[in-house]
Design a protein around this ligand. Structure first.
Ligand SMILES: CCCCCCCCCCCCC[C@H](O)CC(=O)SCCNC(=O)CCNC(=O)[C@H](O)C(C)(C)COP(=O)(O)OP(=O)(O)OC[C@H]1O[C@@H](n2cnc3c(N)ncnc32)[C@H](O)[C@@H]1OP(=O)(O)O
Length: 728
């Protein structure tokens, strides 16, 4: 960041480069330089006005997030610097280019005037990392733009465009040309003009006729959206203080609330999640392929095969990413149904985008084309197959693609569990075959699991990762195994949930515990939403149920291990979930969305227990939580040990972005580190002794090893993978 002094006499400009580092966020050095520069400007009578700008076209991304977990808490001295700016007797103008976020935007609120470049983005995203704007931003912003707008910006952390900032009165001017020069011109015009009315700390918060009622209603909304996350509510409290107390008292309140958040585990978890999401971009594979050396190929045109729920969402994502796309179905009837559904999704997306001042062009055949003939795929750069989850069908399609598509084209499969190598084996280009596992609804969910096979080339991985980025998704590169990372960890979680029903719980009990933990939706509500028939089909394919099951197989055992036929029995009764109006819950009608506990299920479970002579017992919340979460985490340790994912952050990013894991708990592996690995191990050992026929409860060897090595911090886990432990 630079402080530029305008010299009155010659109207010349002296650029004193104060920051030695060109970081986009505040380091201690930048803060010190800013403070020194301001003091020098104040003391120098030849300096008549000041402008503050960023380096390399970026104003600032705020405080260094890593500093919040370091002992000398960098950035904490920012509030007094903002006050220092505001008190200046010389006009100070902020020149906002690129981004002004968090503490960066708070610095501009101390300035007397703000000019933004038309492409600049602004925001106070502290809430997203578990904090609140702690450099007096919660007190100045409502004074500048009013309580409703400030509340929206601070409690959501959303970025706003320069044009919205101008409408809100957050900036005084938006320019298309050189922002710094425009700011210097303005600074020079302001010399000698009164500044009192521009000091936000001296202004009252604009009144609302019904402030109290407004705040009461707003708090309800903020809490509902927060889903157990503390920061939005404390942001609210800080803004409320601005409406009730003088500026100085409001600032004290802001500091007190900031400190509560800073020392809460949630801020630590959310900041971990911020860096985890960036860490997974730097992918590597066990064979040494890496983001550093692999280059993505351009995707100028893509195709999607299959316009079921997933295919429709994928097409929508590609259109939104401005990648021309061909959507293919097996016949005209399916194509027309699919086309209608895609157009509906796109219309909705276009409407949403219009509200944010953007447009979506999808009525142009060069952008989106529908077809039934594979021949149209000859010129595409990448195909995403999104048909029914059936190996034979996928192989047939890949074989055809391999013959029709140009040799350089990449072939992706949207399978959620099937073997990538087997699919690739029917093509003549296994190095260009990769799994791209989208999550439903595919145009909304941010996760894209990217699965490399034995022969997948680094270029193919890099291209899939680039595609994720262009579609504004988080790509996570993982190895090939049944269920990959996400679903593989999900199986034991869901399995435990069903076992708990056998032993005495009700679906709503289990869901409630996991929703209270912070999951957006519990396992039974989720299963009803996804459709119970999906898992049933897969279990039939695996020979676990259905006509291929060997006669005489025990109802509750498969291959010598515990098995619950409950989901199969529900499917046999046509209870597929929301789509049939009945599943683990009952719904108002087929396709209904409001889940109501179903007395039928309660008596069905009771009869089931009688039939199998299972004594119903009361199961407390702790056991529900531990059995579901610890088996999921246990599987995570096996995944790490097998090299399927290159670090615990990968598993956490998958769970936060694809499975509704509460972000303020940092993902399952981060959560495990906060619970303490010895505690997890002890509980798994206990449950495993009670249920010796459930292998998923047996502690992973890697978990045992980490405990034996003294429960090292999560960042160090992977370094213990191949180390010898003599304590085992
Ligand atoms: C002991 C108690 C005492 C109590 C006293 C109370 C007094 C309190 C006073 C506190 C003062 C607080 C001041 C302020 O309110 C707090 C803050 O400012 S918090 C920070 C807010 N800012 C953000 O959250 C922005 C985060 N960054 C982003 O959103 C994006 O990075 C971006 C800026 C939009 C850029 O996006 P991209 O172009 O996609 O690039 P990347 O995301 O990949 O980022 C590139 C690179 O930079 C790293 N990075 C970005 N921002 C920060 C940051 N703020 N801190 C640290 N690092 C950052 C990012 O990780 C990437 O690094 P890489 O992965 O490549 O190594």
């Amino acid at each position: 960041m630079r402080v530029t002094f305008s010299l009155f006499h010659a109207l010349a400009v002296l650029n004193w480069l104060l920051a030695t580092e060109s970081l986009i966020y505040f380091s201690l050095a930048v803060l010190q330089a800013l403070e020194d520069g301001l003091k020098r400007a104040d003391a120098d009578p030849s300096v008549k006005a000041v402008t503050i700008c960023g380096e390399n076209g970026k104003f600032s991304a705020g405080a260094d997030i890593r500093g919040f977990s370091s002992p000398n808490k960098q950035g904490l001295g920012l509030g007094p610097i903002v006050s220092l700016i505001e008190r200046s007797e010389k006009p100070v103008v902020a020149a906002i280019e690129g981004i002004a976020l968090g503490g960066g935007l708070e610095v501009t609120l101390g300035c007397h005037y703000r000019i933004a470049h038309v492409q600049a983005r602004m925001g106070l995203p502290e809430v997203t990392i578990g904090l609140l704007p702690g450099a007096e931003g919660t007190q100045r912003l409502p004074r500048l733009i009013g309580v409703p707008a400030a509340l929206d910006i601070i409690t959501t952390g959303r970025h706003i465009s320069a044009s919205e900032a101008l409408k809100l009165g957050l900036v005084d001017e938006v320019v298309e040309e050189n922002t710094v020069e425009a700011a210097i011109r303005l600074a020079n015009r302001l010399i000698g003009q009164p500044l009192g009315h521009r000091r936000l700390s001296l202004k009252p918060v604009p009144k609302l006729p019904n402030m109290e009622a407004f705040l009461t209603e707003a708090l309800v909304k903020v809490k509902k959206r927060a889903q157990g996350c503390l920061a939005p509510e404390l942001c609210f409290q800080a803004i409320k203080a601005a409406t009730e107390q003088p500026f100085a008292d409001g600032v004290r309140k802001e500091r007190e609330l900031f400190n509560i958040l800073l020392t809460s585990g949630q801020a630590k978890a959310l900041q971990y999640a911020f860096f985890a999401e960036r860490a997974v971009e730097k992918w590597t594979t066990p064979s040494g392929a890496s983001w550093k050396t692999a280059s993505p190929q351009p995707i100028r045109k893509a195709a999607v095969i299959g316009l079921g729920t997933m295919g429709r969402g994928i097409v929508t994502s590609l259109v939104k990413a401005k990648i021309p796309v061909v959507a293919l179905e097996q016949d005209l009837e399916y194509l027309n149904t699919g086309r209608k559904a895609v157009m509906l999704l796109l219309e909705r997306e276009a409407m949403k985008m219009e509200q944010g001042g953007q447009t979506l062009d999808f009525n142009n055949p060069a952008r989106l084309q529908f077809a039934v003939d594979f021949d149209v795929l000859r010129d595409v750069d990448l195909v995403i197959e999104a048909v029914f989850e059936n190996m034979a069908l996928k192989k047939e399609i890949f074989n055809k693609l391999s013959r029709i598509c140009k040799p350089e084209a990449f072939l992706c499969t949207n399978t959620s569990a099937l073997n990538i190598d087997e699919i690739a084996s029917v093509t003549s280009r296994p190095q260009q075959v990769i799994g791209t596992h989208f999550f439903s609804p595919a145009h909304v969910m941010r996760l894209l699991e990217i699965i490399y096979g034995r022969h997948t080339s680094p270029t193919t991985i890099a291209t899939a990762m680039q595609l994720a980025k262009v579609m504004k998704k988080v790509g996570v590169v993982v190895g090939n195994c049944f269920g990959f990372v996400g679903n593989r960890m999900m199986f034991p979680y869901v399995q435990q949930a069903v076992f708990l029903l056998e032993e005495g719980s009700r679906p709503e009990d289990v869901d409630q515990v996991l929703e209270d933990f912070g999951f957006k939706i519990g396992p039974f509500r989720m299963s009803d939403l996804a459709g119970l028939d999906v898992g049933w089909r897969s279990r039939k394919d695996q020979g676990l149920t259905g006509p291929t099951l060997a006669p005489g197989t025990s109802a509750r055992q498969r291959h010598g291990y515990r098995y619950s036929p409950l989901p199969d029995l529900l499917c046999e009764k046509g209870r597929f979930g929301q789509k049939t109006g009945k599943g683990w819950y009952q719904y108002e009608k087929a396709g209904g969305r409001t889940a109501k506990p179903d007395p039928w299920i309660h008596s069905f479970l009771s009869e089931y227990r009688d039939t199998h002579q299972i004594k119903t017992r009361f199961i407390d919340q702790e056991e529900i939580l531990e059995r579901c979460l610890f088996t999921l985490i246990n599987e995570g340790f096996d995944i790490l040990a097998e090299g399927i994912a290159s670090g615990p952050e990968h598993l956490d990013v998958v769970y936060i972005n694809g499975y509704g894991w509460p972000k303020h708990r940092g993902g399952p592996m981060f959560y495990a580190s906060t619970v303490g690995l010895p505690n997890i191990l002890a509980k798994l050992q206990k449950y495993s002794e009670i249920h010796p026929d459930v292998p998923q409860l047996r502690p992973s060897a890697f978990l045992k090893k980490l405990v034996a090595m003294g429960n090292p911090p999560l960042n160090d886990w992977m370094s213990y993978l191949h180390r010898q432990s003599n304590k085992l």
